[in-house]
Design a protein around this ligand. Structure first.
Ligand code: PGA
Ligand code: ZN
Length: 423
């Protein structure tokens, strides 16, 4: 007999920024218990599925999630009781229909996604499989190359950098374990370099350093210096990935590099700046180099840079096939950032990835700046086999939880584990 959903409970917990988020506990009638916790973004795309917050200023400044918790317990749980948790598509569709809105604003994407992820976990347990093997099948053996966010700026840090994320990618390592070492050693070398310059080594929301540098370029310079300092070769062993998160500084008059005092730039000037950087630094990937409404700019940006460099859309697509389809038609980028909570269910996230695959585009499974100890995306990245994950810096336990889970998966896969660079 198949195990069935017996109960679904939810709890208001805190994320890595100290803001409330939703944890779901699903219990099956065979005694299986599975949990999931929902992440939360800061530099969110305008068209993301809605994260339902209470708006009651007397609790957590309005950020409480008791309504989303109640929606899980009172509305979703009765509708799913008795279902087989392995029917992911059916479970997600029932919740989407119960919600009835385009952006999941009635029940909340935080409520729906929590249940969706918990169902996947519960079904994996019933199948006696680790989550990556359950979701990805027997062929799921590719460990992702991590994008490790070692310098934070933009809306993730209170410093002088307009660009949100300066990341290292240890794409030249022989296996994930070595890649993690390359990243961690570079991170520690970077700390020493920043300290020697008399700058702050305090970290931002994703655990990268957040110094007041003279300009955005300096982020890349320091990273190259750090890679060399640990005896690795920039561009061969470790490359750079950027997420300027340009929607955050896009204005109706252009791109306002206000934090660094870099002035106002047009879309074409931003692309010219990236082109100069690509010629100067070992940059493998640029995400959200332009703002989410700048579709024309993105087509020109990808035409200019995309042959050599991975161009990733995050806010532009919000993991939504409606926008990814447009991007494919207009050659807006050549890759997509995948965030489960942008769209709000496991099924729709997999549909977004399928669309990327069909177009021959790369995809990067990603965390949010507000995270929890849940390591779902580590398994999910291996299951989907895209070969890339973005999950923050080499400190802060909510980031490290994902890396540590990937270490476990690599060990479990043993000789079958593959670590191959997409670059
Ligand atoms: P967010 O940032 O989670 O705050 O949206 C991550 C990103 O922009 O990729
Ligand atoms: Zn982004």
């Amino acid at each position: 007999m198949k195990a069935r959903i017996a109960a679904i409970d939810a709890l208001e917990i805190l994320d890595s920024r100290g803001n409330p988020t939703v944890r779901v506990t699903m219990t099956l009638d065979d005694g299986t218990v599975a949990q999931s916790s929902v992440p939360s973004g800061a530099s969110t795309g305008e068209y993301e599925a809605l994260e339902l917050r209470d708006g009651d200023k007397k609790r957590y400044g309005g950020k409480g999630v008791l309504k989303a918790v109640a929606n899980v317990v009172k509305t979703i749980a009765p509708a799913l009781r008795g279902l087989d948790p392995s029917q992911q598509g059916q479970i997600d569709r029932i919740m989407i229909e119960l919600d009835g809105t385009q952006d999941k604003s009635k029940l909340g994407a935080n409520a729906i996604l929590g249940v969706s992820m918990a169902a996947a976990r519960a079904a994996a347990q019933v199948a006696g499989l680790p989550l990556y093997a359950y979701l990805g099948g027997a062929g799921a053996c590719r460990l992702p190359v991590p994008m490790m966010n070692v310098i934070n700026g933009g809306t993730h840090a209170d410093n002088s950098l307009d660009f949100q994320e300066f990341m290292v990618m240890p794409h030249g390592a022989s296996c994930f374990r070595e890649a993690l070492r390359y990243g961690a050693e570079t991170f520690h070398a970077l700390k020493g370099i920043i300290h020697k310059r008399g700058l702050s080594t305090a970290v931002g929301d994703e655990g990268g350093f957040a110094p007041n540098l003279p300009n955005n370029d300096a982020g890349c310079e320091l990273i190259v210096e750090a890679i060399k300092a640990v005896g690795l070769v920039p561009g061969k062993d470790v490359g750079i990935a950027l997420d300027p998160a340009a929607s955050a500084f896009a204005t109706k008059d252009g791109y306002n590099l206000a934090k660094s005092g870099g002035g106002m730039k047009t879309s074409a000037e931003m692309t010219a700046l990236y082109k100069r950087w690509i010629e100067t630094y070992p940059i493998l990937s640029i995400e959200d180099g332009l703002g989410e409404h700048d579709w024309a700019g993105f087509a020109a940006h990808t035409a200019a840079l995309g042959a050599k460099t991975q161009i990733v859309g995050d806010d532009l697509y919000v993991t939504n096939t409606r926008f990814i389809a447009r991007g494919i038609a207009e050659h807006s980028t050549n890759a997509v950032l995948i965030k489960l909570n942008q769209i709000g269910s496991v099924t729709e996230t997999i549909e977004a990835i399928e669309m990327c695959r069909k177009a021959g585009w790369r995809f990067v499974v990603s965390h949010r700046s507000g995270e929890t100890e849940d390591s779902f995306i580590a398994d999910f990245a291996v299951a989907m086999g895209g070969g890339q994950i973005k999950t923050g810096s080499l400190c802060r336990s909510e980031r490290i939880a994902k890396y540590n889970r990937l270490l476990e998966i690599e060990k479990e896969l043993g000789a079958a584990a593959v670590y191959s660079s997409p670059f």
